[in-house]
Design a protein around this ligand. Structure first.
Ligand SMILES: C[S@@+](CC[C@H](N)C(=O)[O-])C[C@H]1O[C@@H](n2cnc3c(N)ncnc32)[C@H](O)[C@@H]1O
Length: 427
């Protein structure tokens, strides 16, 4: 979406002297609760910022998110399940939108909620808070999390930051000593909105405070989808009795060049999923998200045409230290490095829905559909796989060099003695 002429850039302004002073005074907190000197300075609002935030000033996008009952009900249930950690506490809602999660937290007894929102939907959030007599508890701050001031430490950070394929919710983000891209006079780096949660964590979270959701997992699995292939490609074989198969190469390119966001079912999935990236929100760093590479190995559970890979994610709502080892946030736990059905851990991650355990918001094909659906990377031609046939290779997800707003997906896969590479761009 293009930036609006009427956008008021005062919200994402350059840090003023008093804010710089505060950053110098406070530095930022490292993931263990100690302070570190901040080397990051917030850049001025760019056209990309404006376009991104402008898209969130439209009510339609909020309506779609709120009407996604799987999403909104899971957030509300998680807030109520963790009521003991929220009641009487100070909360920051990173990107509050219409204010719905802030209000849930106030209903759970939060002492004070800072509802931070950079887009103009903040005006409606303020009105909603007022109409629900919560203005004394919920303070709407119209600005970027990177820019606004909150003069106290907080006990809870809540945010709904997840994009397609978990990380495709790109926002401009300043990163020191990283691979910068230049637009106009400014250098900046686009990152998942998770980077804004990291900023909030490092600026304000008390040691021992909680982050909701606390952990996120990106999965991939090989899929078969004969109907999709046939309706987009085989269709051209016979069109009103005319052989139009000459169109097929172009049809394949148009249909399968880019990743596609669509809903599949558990029946399309050929194996247990593989964990591409496990994110511990208490310890994750912005640098860790710049480029993600993982090697996978699947064993097909059936004979079928293998059409490509599906990606989806889940997030869970629990306290810190699920995996206390410091390295665990940078790679999946060892026992999920393979998707073999014999792996107890992959089984566990798929089946966990116990009421006593942390609530999980899942976007998996076998679970109720959400507005995130699944992201599919199709091959131009399917590969026939037999039951127990091994599919192995690697996946790299990184920021595109051509356009910082895009995600590059580099897939290497081998099966039945043949090797392939598929490059695609999520844009
Ligand atoms: C996915 S929406 C979620 C809205 C709301 N929390 C909900 O659950 O309905 C994310 C919101 O975060 C806002 N946002 C993204 N990055 C931000 C930042 N750095 N500072 C403040 N708001 C931000 C967007 O404008 C958008 O309204």
């Amino acid at each position: 979406m293009l930036p609006s002429d009427g956008y008021q850039p005062q919200l994402a302004r350059r840090l003023g002297p008093s804010q710089k002073e505060r950053l110098r005074k406070h530095g930022s907190r490292d993931s263990r609760g100690g302070f570190r000197a901040s080397s990051i300075e917030t850049p001025p609002c760019t056209d990309f910022d404006r376009a991104y935030f402008h898209s969130y000033s439209h009510v339609g996008i909020h309506e779609e998110m709120i009407k996604d009952r799987v999403r909104t009900d899971t957030y509300r249930a998680a807030i109520m399940q963790l009521q003991n950690s929220i009641a009487g506490k100070v909360v920051v809602d990173v990107g509050c939108g219409t204010g719905i999660l802030s209000i849930f937290c106030a209903q759970a007894g939060a002492k004070r909620v800072y509802a931070v929102e950079a887009s103009d939907i903040a005006a409606q959030a303020k009105e909603v808070v007022k109409a629900n007599n919560l203005s004394d508890k919920v303070i709407v701050l119209h600005g970027r999390v990177e820019d606004v001031n909150i003069d106290e430490e907080v006990d809870v950070i809540i945010s709904e930051w997840m994009g397609y394929m978990l990380l495709y919710e790109l926002v401009p983000c300043p990163v020191a000593n990283a691979s910068f891209s230049s637009i106009g006079n400014f250098s900046f780096h686009l990152q998942s909105m998770l980077s804004s949660v990291i900023t909030a964590r490092d600026r304000w979270l008390k040691p021992g405070g909680i982050i909701l959701p606390s952990h996120a997992t990106l999965y991939m699995a090989p899929v078969t989808h004969p109907e999709r292939y046939s309706e987009s490609i085989d269709f051209w074989r016979n069109v009103y009795g005319i052989d139009m198969s000459a169109v097929m190469p172009l049809a394949k390119q148009c249909a399968f060049e880019e990743p596609s966001v669509e809903t599949i079912t558990g029946e399309n999935v050929l194996t247990w999923p593989f964990v591409v990236k496990y994110v511990d929100c208490y310890t994750v760093t912005v640098q860790e998200l710049e480029s993600i590479t993982a090697k996978y190995r699947f064993t097909s559970m059936m004979q079928a045409p293998f059409h490509g890979f599906a990606f989806w994610f889940d997030v869970e709502f629990s306290g810190p230290a699920v995996f206390p080892n410091n390295n665990q946030s940078q790679s999946p736990p060892d026992d999920v490095a393979s998707s073999d059905i014999s792996s107890p851990r992959s089984n566990l991650r798929k089946k966990r829905k116990n009421l006593d355990e942390a609530l999980v918001l899942s976007t998996a094909p076998e679970d109720a559909p959400t507005h995130w659906q699944q992201t599919l990377v199709y091959f131009y031609d399917p590969i026939e796989v037999k039951q127990d046939q091994v599919i192995e290779g690697s996946i790299t997800i990184s920021q595109s060099k051509e356009n910082v707003r895009f995600l590059n997906i580099h897939l290497e896969y081998a099966s039945g003695g043949r090797c392939f590479v598929k490059e695609s761009v999520m844009q």
